[in-house]
Write a protein that binds this ligand. Structure first.
Ligand code: CA
Length: 342
């Protein structure tokens, strides 16, 4: 059953309107040397019972970000249909070729799936996959949680995130969903080149959208994984899909999520040259405008002094630099400050 009335080339046997638990695959065509009619099998689990809202949980849109892959596949194995009132769609490894390659970018064409939305049914693999998510999956969802970390490109304070939304009602609903998820921080941001991200597709369809940043540096963040596992269950409780109340207690003793924002580009610092970056702070630490963010070293030039990079804004470090070597123009730091809806 290709496409469910859309023009998608991705086939599947899931009946998204059926009751109970279905675990299957999207079969995305990929011609290759070993098989001209080969497919890539992308796992999807649907758990549904009765009437109620639909939650969509996605992981592995970037293959080198692991917390969502682990937490969503675990929930897909353990969530019982009898617990559910409504529907949960779980996709732990959306960008399966990148997951297998342990890579942010697709090994098929070097593209970032999260810059391909809303996609194109007739396009390359990533465009085809983005189109399926946008045109087939998203119209079923009431709320989407897309689990990310910083991959190999950095480290982050443990956080949900959302765009700065102009519609007040949707902003209130999204802030409430973030509070229910219960990460230590929720970051309202505009980002850099966000128009072709999954989040933007979700928002264009009027669906409540949460992202996460729960670590990075190419490792599974132990506390980040705990926050995601708890957060997904919390969201289901918040939506009334499972019984119970969200558990949002924080390790520092506070009762819930602290709302933060990244108002504009002056909260980001970029590498002024290629080099080896020595950071001065870890994600989550307090930093001040004018303070040294790090030194860019040119180890191949014995007498060339390092370049100092300084923060332009006060706040907490949302994202810290990746390990070591950076290219000119790489994002080094992102600072967040307390949320002010004005
Ligand atoms: Ca990511």
């Amino acid at each position: 059953m290709a496409g469910l009335g859309s023009a998608s080339r991705i086939a599947h046997e899931i009946d998204f309107d059926a009751e109970g638990r279905q675990a299957g695959y999207l079969r995305a065509p990929l011609s290759r040397n070993t098989s001209g009619w080969g497919v890539v099998e992308i796992p999807v689990t649907v758990i549904a019972r009765g009437r109620g809202p639909t939650a969509l949980f996605t992981g592995g849109i970037h293959g080198s970000e692991y917390e969502g892959q682990i937490a969503i596949s675990a929930l897909a194995r353990t969530l019982e249909p009898g617990e559910v009132q409504g529907r949960v769609i779980l996709m732990p490894a959306v960008n399966l070729p990148a997951v297998h390659a342990n890579s942010r970018l697709s090994p098929l064409d070097g593209r970032d799936l999260n810059r391909c939305f809303p996609g194109d049914a007739r396009g390359g693999f990533n465009d085809m996959l983005a189109h399926f998510l946008d045109a087939v999956i998203l119209p079923m969802a009431d709320l989407s949680v897309d689990v990310h970390s910083c991959g190999q490109a950095g480290d982050s304070a443990l956080s949900t995130n959302m765009h700065a939304l102009t519609d007040p009602a949707r902003r209130v609903r999204t802030l409430a969903a973030a509070e229910a998820f219960g990460a230590p921080f929720n970051v309202v941001f505009g980002g850099i080149d966000e128009g072709a991200t999954f989040t933007s597709s979700v928002e264009r369809r009027g669906i409540v959208s949460l992202g996460t940043e729960v670590g990075g540096w190419g490792r599974v963040h132990v506390e980040g994984l705990r926050i995601v596992r708890r957060g997904l269950r919390n969201i289901l409780a918040h939506m009334g899909i499972v019984e119970g109340h969200p558990d949002t207690a924080q390790r520092d003793g506070s009762a819930g999520t602290r709302h933060m924002q990244v108002p504009d580009r002056s909260f980001y610092e970029f590498a002024p040259a290629a080099g080896t970056f020595e950071p001065c702070h870890r994600a989550g630490e307090r930093v001040a405008a004018g303070e040294l963010a790090g030194r860019l070293h040119f180890v191949e030039d014995v007498d060339r002094p390092p370049v100092e990079v300084r923060y332009r804004r006060d706040g907490l470090l949302w994202m810290a630099a990746g390990p070591g070597r950076v290219a000119r123009g790489d994002r080094l730091t992102a600072v967040m400050t307390d949320y002010d809806p004005r």
